[in-house]
Design a protein around this ligand. Structure first.
Ligand SMILES: [Zn+2]
Length: 237
């Protein structure tokens, strides 16, 4: 039985990296006629998805909430461009990261849940070592400094869920729009049956800011001495 770990940026770091950036396109937010929520909970980015060929591309450039039917129409237009079974929550990002970057960046840089970054050589070493499911994409970040580092953005799709036992107070999700309002539990348990077997790094599909890595990912990061991530094993059930 493989072990799973929650991965995050360390509380303290000698790296100073700062981003003022956003993805080129995103799904709008959503206003639900059923539960009345206005929300955008998608933190997943698909940096390799090019929306520019769609006639409605301008509709993906301005963050705003849309009524349910219009949101659904825009979501279904991009569905053929993303991996099958992507949840595509309101606010899901597409295309390269655009903006400015300053400071120094660790080989694995997970300070921004929407834009996990990696050095190209670190990505290559992880892949050669057999870590599965890692895809890095070119960014369009501008650096205001000499000798800027090359940074790729990792595409980390959502897979897997929390086990219901760790969220006893969680209300049912909205049957119309999927709005699912709950606090991340202090003692998370992963739902073993929902966890992917084909990739070593993913986000939780019911909490897209949470990164989960397999034992293989963690062991490899340790062995290659790649800075810098904190990890904690999570129980599964
Ligand atoms: Zn709703």
């Amino acid at each position: 039985m493989t072990k799973f770990y929650r991965l995050r940026a360390p509380r303290q770091s000698r790296y100073t990296g700062h981003l003022s950036a956003t993805h080129k396109w995103a799904l709008p937010g959503l206003r639900c006629p059923e539960c009345k929520a206005t929300w955008a909970g998608g933190f997943t980015a698909y940096p390799g998805v090019d929306v520019s060929a769609l006639t409605e591309r301008g509709e993906y450039e301005v963050p705003r909430p849309e009524p349910f039917d219009e949101f659904t129409r825009l979501r279904e237009r991009v569905r053929p461009l993303v991996p099958p079974e992507s949840p595509l929550l309101p606010g899901t990002k597409f295309g390269p990261l655009v903006g400015t970057a300053t400071g120094t960046f660790s080989p694995l840089f997970f300070y921004y849940a929407e834009m996990p970054l990696v050095h190209p050589e670190a990505l290559e070493r992880l892949r050669v070592a057999g870590v599965r499911g890692l895809r890095g994409f070119r960014t369009e970040l501008r650096f205001r400094q000499r000798n800027p580092p090359e940074l790729l953005e990792l595409e980390i799709p959502p897979h897997g869920r929390l086990h219901p036992d760790c969220t006893p107070e969680r209300p049912p999700r909205c049957p119309k729009c999927g709005w699912d309002d709950f606090a991340f539990p202090e003692d998370p348990i992963l739902d073993a049956a929902s966890l992917p077997a084909h990739t070593d790094l993913f986000r939780l599909s019911d909490f897209e800011t949470i990164f989960i890595a397999t034992e293989r990912f963690i062991d490899t990061v340790r062995r290659l001495d790649l800075e810098e991530v904190d990890f904690r094993e999570l129980p599964t059930r």
